[in-house]
Write a protein that binds this ligand. Sequence first.
Ligand code: NDP
Ligand code: 2IT
Length: 449
Amino acid sequence: MSSSEQLEEFMNGLIRRNPGEPEFHQAVHEVAQHILPFIQANPKYEKAQILQRLTEPDRIVSFRVCWEDDEGSVRTQRGYRVQHSNAIGPYKGGIRFHDNVTQSILKFLAFEQTFKNSLTGLPMGGGKGGSDFNPKGKSDREIMRFCQSFMTELCRHIGPFTDVPAGDIGVGGREISYMFGQYKRIRNEFTGVLTGKGLAFGGSEIRVEATGYGVVYFMEDMLAQKGEKLEGKVCAVSGSGNVAQYAVEKLLALGAKVITMSDSSGAIHDPDGITTEKLAFIKHLKEVKRGRISEYCDEYPNARYLDGKRPWGVPCDLAFPCATQNEISGEDATLLVQNGCKGVSEGANMPSTKEAIDTFQKARIMFAPSKAANAGGVAVSGLEMTQNSMRLSWSREELNQRLRAIMGDIHRKCVQYGKSDDGHVDYLKGANIAGFVKVADAMLAYGVI
Ligand code: NDP
Ligand code: 2IT
């Protein structure tokens, strides 16, 4: 059977067993295209049916979450935890609160997380959770009541040696604090059961910055591989949440020019460049006021607001999608390449559609897939777990150095498995195979379980 026939047969079976889950199918396809030929060349994995086993989560729990809004009305949401694989460590991965959360989205995220966590080199398995709760426009007290109710159910499924959740879209420091408080209260134990905690109660320096910084460090390494630098490069960033804010912060620190950011309503294009002061305005707007990115143009009238649009039509040298899945379509990718974009580092999880990835790869531009490029966040989460276990805290400098070293190491592994004879590096292939090998070897060692 040819490798394309083998892939088709594998995907047909997966789609049959997981109907109505397009994001999960997409994430598996992205990995299987490289892993199936790799398995064929390494038959020990085939006999043990490793990919078949890895595409079936260890378990999925789903539960009802009831809470009372400020008007006293009862609201009902659905909560989930997808425990994908604990082959190389406790389940580990974020919690997402967004009204579009479905089982398919959490399954794709948990699947990706297993490979990403393996790439960090730290002992963490993969998981993801969340709820279709929409935090937009909710008061702090409503957020608190929802988080407490969510944790009341979730707490029976997690633990510092079992499953360690963290933040993701719609879940930042405020939500982690409410959830940690509730876990501590119910279980009467103070343990590292969540990461992304406040510095006063077991959190780690650099965790807030880690994902965004890591995305930029990875781009720095891809450029260095070609003898180039970030300095002076024009960058388009999407999103204006945690990952986007700190990607922009690091880009500015390394001398790049950032001209776009966005939210789910639209994008801003600032031809003068977003400065440190302008970024402070955005951080306050999003973290304190919880306002819309369009307000940036009221403050800085030289900037344009692109209502309902994403930033990919604005010419740039480098693109950093840091908002959500499938935010770069095939047409967006064509436009980026036509406008001279030479590299993409994915801050969000699976922000590029299949068509977009095909376009980037055909154009042979640098393309860093999310499981490699955004692994800095979970890597520092892993270091938060280490610090919690040791009951001590490392300094900012120490953690930033460790983060930088881990991102460099992930880049090296991608080159090891993704470099072809002509010197071109397929980072997607490299990340998929490097992430797979460690998990697969652990599974082989355990026998059939
Ligand atoms: P935040 O909630 O802090 O920010 C999300 C940003 O993306 C906001 O600007 C939001 O706009 C925008 N956004 C959300 N949903 C959509 C949508 N459907 N369409 C367009 N824009 C959207 O989340 P994070 O910054 O933490 O996460 C961003 C991405 O990075 C996600 O893909 C996440 O999985 C990934 N990631 C996060 C990590 C972390 O440590 N936080 C680690 C690794 C990956 P609005 O304000 O309008 O909702
Ligand atoms: O997608 C991700 O890697 C995250 N949301 C962070 C997970 C974590 O456990 O820090």
